[in-house]
Design a protein around this ligand. Structure first.
Ligand SMILES: NC(=O)c1ccc[n+]([C@@H]2O[C@H](COP(=O)([O-])OP(=O)(O)OC[C@H]3O[C@@H](n4cnc5c(N)ncnc54)[C@H](O)[C@@H]3O)[C@@H](O)[C@H]2O)c1
Length: 91
């Protein structure tokens, strides 16, 4: 079983990934573009344990998203990728 988390290298997403790793035995697949807001370091312990796979990708890349969803067959998708800086999100 796996969980798919978009924006998993962000503030909320990384906390969620650590929670999922503690609360379940499932694999965690993260899709993150690693923008200025993404921090791979926040997931490094889970990556090193082999609990989590981080895929650097943009959620607007539909064919890529379809492929990842098909391959990982997640039980659920948490969508947390976002442009959270107010000025940038308006753009
Ligand atoms: N931080 C809060 O207190 C808070 C409170 C309530 C709701 N939220 C909501 O939770 C969500 C996440 O917020 P956050 O604070 O973790 O934001 P964040 O900016 O810390 O993280 C966003 C993540 O999304 C990634 N990302 C951005 N665009 C992407 C794209 N096109 N494709 C793939 N990845 C992309 C970034 O690299 C980053 O890792 C947002 O929808 C936000 O509105 C946050």
């Amino acid at each position: 079983m796996s969980w798919l988390v978009t924006g998993g290298a962000g503030f909320i997403g990384s906390a969620l990934c650590h929670y999922l790793a503690e609360a379940t035995d499932d694999r965690i697949v993260v899709i993150d573009k690693l923008t200025y807001a993404g921090n791979r370091q926040s997931l490094s312990s889970l990556e090193m344990d082999g609990r989590l796979e981080l895929i650097e990708a943009d959620i607007t890349d539909f064919p890529m998203m379809a492929e990842i969803v098909e391959k990982s067959a997640p039980r659920s998708i948490f969508h947390l990728a976002a442009e959270t800086h107010v000025d940038r999100s308006i753009d």
